[in-house]
Design a protein around this ligand. Structure first.
Ligand SMILES: O=C(O)c1cc(=O)[nH]c(=O)n1[C@@H]1O[C@H](COP(=O)(O)O)[C@@H](O)[C@H]1O
Length: 243
């Protein structure tokens, strides 16, 4: 299992499996090659199909991002992260707004596991635009808050953040080069935006310094999912970000 990104990682796409039907999910997974993508399992599928299914994906050779976005008191989050890493997953996440003690506790738990996982912290959800953001934070500079939360996450030991690719250029000036930027809200040209607000194409995102692209519906709802994945991989294959 890779904990670091190679200069050109052949699997920079993380396919978000958001299905309510296990057969439909596995029909897609069976077409995917663990050398060409990683997988993300979120709240819906984890709640419906549980840890055994996650272990199965790991056993099939996939690097799994278990996206449960923990946000609770430090002790509770540490125990949840310990349980998550015991499944053999590659990455787990928390909300950065849970604060430094919570992130540090999560990182300690992720590292002390017999199967250390990367820990990322969610900054501001990609479904938030300025109107949504200002309703929560009483200000309207999303990029400033993302930067603040990313630095907080880095200083508290997180391995990276989940953010929008729109903030990647700014973040790359401020965080360590090894700090992972994981970005949902990725939309190949011409695909539906759905409920995402802060979006970018795969090649623009990688050119902006993103490490991993989280792509759900543009792949999972496509008539030919593997064609979409291959075309995204081809579009980013030779892009190396230089700061
Ligand atoms: O943590 C995440 O993965 C996440 C954070 C965020 O800010 N925005 C976001 O869309 N996500 C997840 O990324 C995936 C995006 O899926 P699509 O919009 O279908 O590409 C979903 O599974 C979301 O839960």
């Amino acid at each position: 299992m890779l904990l670091d990104t190679n200069p050109i990682d052949s699997k920079r796409v993380i396919v978000a499996l958001d299905f309510d039907n296990l057969n439909a999910a596995m029909a897609l997974v069976d077409q995917l090659n663990p050398e060409e993508c990683r997988l993300k399992v979120g709240k819906e599928m984890f709640t419906l199909f549980g840890p055994d299914w996650v272990r199965r994906l790991v056993d099939e050779g996939f690097d799994v991002f278990l996206d449960l976005k923990f946000h609770d008191i430090p002790n509770t989050v540490a125990k949840a992260v310990k349980a998550a890493t015991s499944l053999g997953v590659w990455m787990v996440n928390v909300h950065a707004s849970g604060g430094p003690d919570m992130i540090e506790a999560a990182k300690d738990a992720a590292m002390s596991s017999h199967n250390p996982s990367l820990l990322t912290a969610v900054t501001i959800l990609t479904s938030m635009d300025e109107r949504q953001f200002s309703a929560v934070y009483d200000e309207n500079h999303i990029a400033n808050k993302v930067t603040e939360l990313a630095l907080l996450a880095q200083n508290s030991g997180a391995d990276g953040v989940v953010c929008s690719a729109k903030e990647a250029i700014l973040l790359r000036q401020q965080v360590k080069s090894t700090f992972k930027l994981v970005t949902p809200g990725i939309r190949p040209t011409g695909s539906d935006v759905n409920d995402q607000k802060r979006i970018m194409t795969p090649s623009d995102a990688i050119s902006s310094g993103v490490d991993y692209l989280v792509v759900g519906r543009p792949i999972t709802q496509a008539k030919e999912p593997t064609n979409v994945l291959s075309s995204i991989n081809a579009s980013i294959k030779n892009i190396v970000y230089e700061n």
